[in-house]
Structure formats: structure tokens, C-alpha cells
Design a binder for this molecule. Sequence first.
Ligand SMILES: C[S@@+](CC[C@H](N)C(=O)[O-])C[C@H]1O[C@@H](n2cnc3c(N)ncnc32)[C@H](O)[C@@H]1O
Length: 214
Amino acid sequence: MDELSPNSDVKQVVAQGYDQVAKAYAELENEAPWPRMRWVKKLLQKLPSGSAVLDLGCGSGDPADVEIAKAHAVTGVDISQAQIALARQKVPSGRFLQADVGSVTFPDASFDAVITFYTLEHLPRTEHGAILQRIYHWLRHGGYFLLSTEAGEVEEIVSEWLGVPMYFSCFDPETLKQMVQAAGFEILETAVETQSEGDDKIPYLWLLAQKPED
Ligand SMILES: C[S@@+](CC[C@H](N)C(=O)[O-])C[C@H]1O[C@@H](n2cnc3c(N)ncnc32)[C@H](O)[C@@H]1O
């Protein structure tokens, strides 16, 4: 791993990286469609119209938030200024905050669903448990949590990705599922699905969970 220690340095690497590759990332889904919108549709079937949905690591908001915002109120959080600027263009009805998922806060019980796709692996895994617990508290009882994250086991690494240095850190899928349950969620469905990203094939854990009713 390159020389990186405090989490703030790590966050800077990610923010600066996505500021540079926002457009290239948007063009990565160029062959077989990724599983993302199939999982978004599963979630949308469960949400009454006008639900409050939080997207952590929302990127440009396209395609997930564009679709969700047709019937729901979207709040998006992203650490990259360039991604937030794109999201504000793509989803004019959304509320978008440039902030770190590791420290952003919301009032308890303020969302009906929280989604986070391809993002948790860009935060130090020492933060993952606390983030899952905070998501649990931000959800109303009966609310849904939809997650995807790289299905790997990496303490932390900075490697070149789309021509920039990028930070990755993740638990293996079984450990992460146990952490989701330990936060209080009931897991409804999970799968590991591999998707094409340019010449690479990357496996991701997909997980749909629910905060139990009162
Ligand atoms: C691979 S992109 C995924 C974007 C979008 N969720 C999607 O489905 O395409 C990861 C996004 O997470 C954001 N991100 C990474 N670390 C973050 C952090 N600590 N706080 C907020 N956003 C973060 C990046 O800026 C980037 O836009």
C-alpha cells in the first residue's frame, strides 16, 4: 500500500480521484448492463409514492436517483464536488450534499429507504460498522436498506483505477452480512453478482435489508 495513514488523507484521495474520473466512471457501464437497476426496481416495488430516499455515495445520480426521483424525494451525499455538480444537473428535484459518508449526520427516523452502491469500499473498513449503525437509526421502522459493495477482503490499498490513485477497503461478504445483522437489520435477500467494468470483471455483494417494524 502507498503511504497513507490518517483517514482524512484517504478521503482526499477518493474525493480528488472522483473529481477527475466522474465522466470516465459514467461511461464504464458500456457492455452488459450492471445489476444496479434490477435491485433498484426490487426496492421501488416496496416503497409507497413520496417516500424519502437517501443515497450515500450518489455519484452523478444517474441512473438510480434519476429513476427513484420520478416518484420519491431523493437526498444524495457524495464527497466529490464534480459528482455532486453532475447530480444536481441530472436530478433537479433532489437535495445533494457534498459530505463524507463517514461523518455526515441526519435526524433519526428521517428516511424510508437508504441506498449505497459501489461506495462503502472507498471508506476505511474500520468505519463500516458505525456507518451501518447510523443508517439503521436514520431509517424509520419498516424502512429498507439496499447496499452493493465489492465482494472482496482487503484491509486497505491504494491502486491505480481509471488512471488515478484510488483507495479501497472491504470486508468479505459473510463478515459484512453479519455486521448488517448486528446493526439490527433483517436481511431479505443477498447475492454476489459479477459485472463488467471495461476489461475487468468485478464481483459485488448486493444486499436488501429491512429495519424491523416497531
Ligand atoms: C463507484 S461511485 C458510485 C456512484 C453511484 N452510487 C453509482 O451507483 O454509480 C462511488 C461514489 O462514492 C463516492 N464516495 C466515495 N467515498 C465517499 C465518502 N467517504 N463520502 C461520500 N461519498 C463517497 C465517490 O465520490 C463516488 O461518487
